[in-house]
Design a protein around this ligand. Structure first.
Ligand code: BEZ
Ligand code: FE
Length: 646
């Protein structure tokens, strides 16, 4: 068990494409009318654009922000703040500009709106690093943290690949160090893992196609998540080394991250095995430090300190400075350890994997994914590569034995052998593992107003017999009579006349017709067409809970893990209307058995419906010997997805 303290931070975050247009609105929220726009000299064009956007709300600009926030630069800018009588600071750019905004804000109390254009993440922290006389010092205070951060993906599209990569790895470093920070917490862990996953996927795509908007959006989102980690927990050895090398030896901030990160990770790996295996999993690789090294190499970013201009003669001094003051790190920081780390980073040697086996696994995975890299269809390439990575990760993480893998293959073989025209054991497997419901959620549950969908199940038969309004689906079968009167409408409640509804359900004993060899032809299944009011009426019997087929490998799997095979009582519907998203769903009997533990995870609250009990005359006047039930429900169909939507 671990103990932790967690505090969320109150930054307002606006994220999207074209969000720079919302800057005037954000300033109004702050009550600011005179914004000083800050940038580096290289982004003066952007500062100018922002001034134009702000019109009279722009009090001036200062375009001299510089790396490592030199105090002299801050003092120049302070004079401009005073001359312009600014009441707010707007920083557009990377970490240097954000640093300047923080330095000015802490001296003047002015609010900051930060518009990051790189992935450095400084906007999410309450930390300010400044350099004076060649020495970098950092301090942290709540008032340093920018109050508003506006992320605009469009502003990152033109970020040159080298900066995208180095600042992206900077972001990854925040996430990595958050995972082994001594005071980490579960929220920060999840943010960090997601950031690593997003960056590992997005950065190669950005390196190959800098205009890839989806990849840019993912990288920017990751930058925010990783920045939030940086702002929440203390950073370890990696950040310490980067500060030392940047502040005292003038090395460029972001490229220093790409060189140091794999070595800091390799150094810490023996003291943080859990963090490393979670990082490795997020990267889809067997060994985290080597995977990060290989990613950086693949991205064409710097991998050794020599290339960054550090003289070998400076290494001992760097080791001395880096160990002079402590940092929160999982492994003890000693002069000898750091000297070795820096020597490796100077050369740019691939860090040794945790063990030779991991290296072989990594090489093997690399060979397999490389063999897929030429697949012409991008989606096929992505899905197959990711599946391969995860399967290799599964095998490695669980140290799978030969017998276990053979058993898995045999299980899948038996599952396939169980499939026939009337039995689909693979669907059953997908259903009982919740995969069908997960795909269903992703595919069909994107509008809150439409009726939720539910899994199709293996018992749907195409082309059920058309029956007229009011017909009896259960002619001649025993069971509690059930009179259904359902409506099909659009999202505004307008009837969808002519809607076609296929209805199917099990009999009183819990069997579908296709499961009963003695039944010839369809039973308890029909196709209805809605009238002008969008209404469909039919008579049937009340469905009851039933076990999914248990005599195959899936049934044996359920038994092996102590799970019951029951589905909650339900009626299936598949409703189609031209121009609408076809709705495949089920209505569950409120109060029925297994509503809370349906074996295929198919129950959704909005689909649990009262089937009230009645006595006396039935809607169609047919005699009922005992009580009968009714079903009244309105299905709301969403418009069909437009081409290109998924
Ligand atoms: C069904 O509701 O028909 C069903 C769904 C998933 C697995 C088995 C049966
Ligand atoms: Fe069913």
């Amino acid at each position: 068990m671990r103990a932790f303290t967690y505090a969320g931070h109150p930054t307002r975050v606006v994220f999207g494409a074209g969000t720079i247009g919302r800057l005037p609105e954000e300033l109004s929220r702050l009550g600011a009318t005179r914004a000083l726009v800050l940038s580096t000299p290289g982004r003066a064009d952007l500062a100018q654009r922002v001034r134009e956007l702000l019109g009279p709300a722009a009090a001036g600009e200062f375009t001299g922000a510089a790396m490592h926030t030199p105090v002299e630069v801050t003092e120049h800018a302070l004079a401009v703040v005073r001359e312009s009588a600014a009441d707010c600071l707007v920083a557009v750019g990377g970490g240097s500009t954000t640093g300047l905004a923080k330095a000015l804000s802490v001296r003047t109390g002015l609010p900051q709106v930060v518009v990051p254009t790189t992935y450095a993440g400084s906007e999410a922290t309450a930390v300010l690093g400044e350099t004076e006389n060649g020495v970098k010092t950092t301090r942290s205070a709540p008032e340093i943290r920018p109050g508003t951060v506006l992320y605009d993906v469009d502003l990152t599209l033109g970020l040159p690949v080298p900066v995208s990569v180095t600042s992206g790895i900077n972001a990854m470093a925040h996430a990595v160090e958050a995972l082994y920070a001594p005071e980490t917490d579960p929220v920060t862990d999840q943010l960090a893992l997601r950031a690593i996953e997003l960056l590992a996927e997005a950065l190669p795509r950005i390196a190959d196609g800098p205009g890839d908007r989806a990849a840019r959006a993912n990288a920017l989102e990751a930058a925010w998540l990783a920045g939030t980690c940086l702002g929440s927990v203390g950073m370890g050895l990696h950040h310490k080394l980067c500060h030392t090398l940047g502040g005292s030896f003038g090395l460029p901030h972001a490229p220093t991250h790409t060189v140091v990160l794999p070595y800091a990770m390799a150094h810490n790996a023996p003291a943080a095995p859990d963090a490393m295996s979670r990082i490795a999993r997020a990267l889809g690789a067997p060994d985290a430090p080597t995977a990060v090294h290989d990613l950086i190499r693949r991205l064409g970013a710097p991998t050794n300190l020599a290339d960054l201009g550090l003289a070998a003669s400076k290494l001992p001094r760097a080791a001395e400075l880096a160990t002079a003051t402590p940092c929160p790190n999982p492994r003890e920081v000693t002069r000898e350890g750091i000297a070795q780390l820096l020597a490796d980073a100077f050369e740019g040697r691939r860090p040794a994997p945790a063990e030779p086996l991991a290296d072989s696994l990594h090489t093997l995975l690399g060979q397999v994914t490389a063999s897929l890299a030429g697949a012409p269809d991008a989606r096929v390439r992505q899905l197959l590569t990711d599946l391969t990575r995860r399967l290799h990760g599964f095998v490695a993480d669980n140290d799978l034995s030969d017998d276990e893998w053979r058993y898995a293959i045999d299980f899948l073989t038996r599952t396939g052998q169980q499939c026939s025209d009337t039995r689909q054991e693979f669907i059953l497997l997908s259903d009982t593992l919740g995969i069908s419901s997960a795909v269903d959620l992703l595919t069909n549950s994107r509008t809150a107003e439409s009726t939720p969908s539910a899994v199709l199940g293996p018992f749907y038969v195409e082309g059920p017999p058309p029956l007229p309004d009011g017909a009896d689906l259960a002619e001649g079968l025993t069971g509690t009579p059930m009179y259904a009167s359902v409506r099909v409408t659009d999202l505004d409640g307008k009837p969808l006349a002519g809607a076609v509804a296929d209805v199917w359900q099990s009999n009183e004993d819990g069997y579908y017709d296709v499961q009963l060899p003695d039944i010839d032809g369809p039973q308890l299944r029909a196709r209805f067409r809605a009238d002008d009011e969008g209404r469909i009426r039919f008579r049937s019997i009340l469905p009851s809970e039933y076990p999914i087929p248990e005599d195959g490998p899936v049934g044996r799997m359920l038994a092996a893990v102590g799970r019951h095979p029951y589905r909650a009582p339900h009626v299936h519907f598949m409703i189609s209307v031209p121009g609408r998203h076809t709705l495949v769903t089920q209505l569950f009997v409120a109060g029925g058995a297994h509503i809370d533990d349906d074996t295929v995870f198919g129950v959704k609250d909005a689909l649990v419906v009262d089937f009230p009990e009645h006595h006396g005359p039935t809607p169609d006047g047919r005699p009922a010997e005992g009580p009968w039930r009714s079903l009244d429900y309105t299905f709301r169909l969403a418009p069909a997805p437009t081409p290109g939507d998924r």
